[in-house]
Design a protein around this ligand. Structure first.
Ligand SMILES: C[S@@+](CC[C@H](N)C(=O)[O-])C[C@H]1O[C@@H](n2cnc3c(N)ncnc32)[C@H](O)[C@@H]1O
Length: 507
């Protein structure tokens, strides 16, 4: 079955008023005056007309697959020393780039076909990039991550490759997803650019189709690399999208950047023991526990502490604990023989299960005292902790309260405090929109553990306080459904603690 031309060739001719608006913007707002213009799929010549009318003394080269359109485009009269050449090729079968003087200011402009490769091949069309060509664009497959791509995307990426040596300005109408993919591609392949601007358009009004579309203005520039997309349309004006590290963020908000820093106290990871069935217990009463082998045990409670696992960190204040954990040491590498004296029932239990400890694979347990654990230090014994799971896309920070210090598992992270009021206030700060949106922007949400010590450590609490006044903290408290507890004094005291000088003295 062959396709209707409109479908196979993604044919939506640009109204001339619109192409003129784009050409005018390039001349007047971007101040770009080309010697040569290339329109790779010029249709009936909307952009040929617009650039012919906007610029003088310019060479305009159009190409188009459809012969009827070619003859229409050929009928455009060049004005004021302009030259117009219209070619009739299938873009994907052009053997080499349209030749341009190396010293020319080049403008590549147009509106490539609006169609995906799969919709063409599914209905046996042949308007596709030659496979060999497209796949040679290194890293491209990895970026798009799928075999379905927009023809316009392959065309724009191909144009970037063919002409980047000439540092052209590329301006194309395309889907917004295509625009973002092109930006990502250029960023990841280190193709330098002065700017990458996107203006969202109302495609229903201009083309009578309901598509999220835009115009891109990309100025290539040697090895200069910009990190961000600038949005031009009214709705998104001022917004920037781009990369932080290797992650792409749709909204690099200003406030987010304003809290970037280094957490003033150290984020700690929970405890690691690799013997869950033996060490993690359910409590029946103060002396009776059930282990992961479903055995009922009588143990002294001194070395048994409440435990929260990643999956429990869902409430903002946690006072009920489903699990408990045996903690064999007060500090790293501490000899555990003391347990025999202080907690003989526990000592017997651990020795009974010594095989389980012997089977622990991690090399960290080699040459360590019997029943050793990791992730233990002074910080383990702080009475108030604010914890977060490393696993969830939305990070909920929970204040953990019990008469004994609460332990976290090694998939969670926490800050520890001596004073309840400070811990409570910091829990509110960490659950604020400011911190939450910052974290979402810097974390790689696709990874299994989006929130690591490295990610969390980028939150400056001092800077967060500057962004969140007392009134807003009261609103956070309300939004989290907590009792009316925070006072202005709590807020000020906590804020003071996180100013640089105070930290050294107090924490
Ligand atoms: C979305 S329309 C835009 C036309 C014109 N650029 C404009 O702005 O009015 C896409 C154009 O690409 C042409 N086209 C589609 N596939 C092509 C190919 N492989 N080589 C050259 N032109 C192609 C279509 O015939 C159509 O005129």
């Amino acid at each position: 079955m062959s396709l209707k031309p409109e479908k196979q060739y993604g044919d939506y001719q640009t109204p001339t008023y619109f192409s003129k608006k784009i050409a005018q913007f390039i001349k007047n707002d971007l101040g770009y005056v080309p010697d040569t213009v290339i329109e790779p799929t010029c249709g009936t010549g909307s952009f040929i007309r617009a650039t012919n009318e906007t610029y003088d003394n310019v060479r305009i080269i159009g190409n188009e697959i459809n012969e009827t359109y070619v003859s229409q485009a050929k009928s455009i009269e060049p004005r004021k020393k302009n030259e117009i050449e219209i070619q009739n090729y299938d873009y994907f079968r052009l053997k080499k780039a349209i030749e341009v003087n190396k010293t020319d200011q080049l403008l590549i402009i147009g509106n490539p076909p609006w169609v995906t490769n799969s919709s063409i091949s599914a209905e046996s069309g042949d308007n596709l990039p030659k496979k060999s060509n497209f796949k040679n664009l290194s890293g491209y497959d990895a970026l798009t991550g799928s075999s379905n791509f927009d023809i316009s995307e392959s065309m724009i990426v191909d144009l970037v490759h063919k002409y980047y040596m000439l540092n052209p300005l590329i301006s194309m109408i395309c889907k917004t997803t295509v625009a973002i993919n092109v930006f990502k591609y250029m960023h990841e392949t280190n193709i330098g650019m002065d700017y990458f601007k996107i203006e969202r358009i109302d495609a229903l009004e201009v083309f009578n189709v309901s598509v999220d579309a835009c115009v891109i203005y990309v100025k290539l520039h040697g090895d200069k690399n910009t990190n961000a997309i600038e949005w031009l349309d009214e709705e998104n004006k001022g917004r920037k999208s781009g990369f932080i590290g290797t992650s792409f963020y749709m909204n690099l908000s200003e406030s987010a950047n304003q809290i970037e820093g280094e957490t003033e106290i150290e984020w700690r990871q929970g405890i690691k023991h690799d013997a869950g069935k033996i060490m993690e217990l359910k409590k029946v009463d103060n002396l009776t526990y059930i282990n992961g082998l479903k055995e009922k045990l009588t143990l002294e409670s001194e070395r048994v502490f409440p435990l929260v696992k990643s999956s429990h960190l869902k409430e903002h204040i946690i006072t009920d604990f489903k699990k408990y954990v045996i903690v064999t040491q007060d500090m790293l590498k501490q000899d555990t023989n003391y347990i025999e004296q202080t907690s003989p029932l526990l000592w017997n239990y651990l020795n009974d299960k010594i095989d389980h400890f012997a089977k622990r694979k991690s090399s960290i347990y080699e040459n360590s005292p019997k029943f050793s654990m990791f992730g233990i230090g002074d910080y383990t014994w702080l009475p108030y902790k604010v914890g977060v799971s490393g696993f969830y896309k939305k990070p909920t920070f929970s204040l953990l309260i019990n008469e004994k210090p609460v332990m976290l598992d090694d998939t969670s992270y926490f800050l520890g405090f001596q004073e309840y009021d400070i811990a409570y206030t910091i829990m509110l700060v960490l659950n604020s929109h400011e911190v939450q949106s910052f974290l979402k922007q810097i974390a790689n949400l696709k990874s299994k553990r989006p929130y690591t010590k490295k990610v969390l450590s980028r939150i400056s609490i001092e800077k967060s306080f500057k962004k969140i006044p007392y009134n807003e903290m009261k609103q956070i408290e309300k939004r989290l459904g907590l009792e009316n507890y925070l006072t202005e004094n709590h807020y000020e005291v906590a804020k003071q603690k996180f100013t640089q000088q105070q930290l050294f003295l107090d924490l």
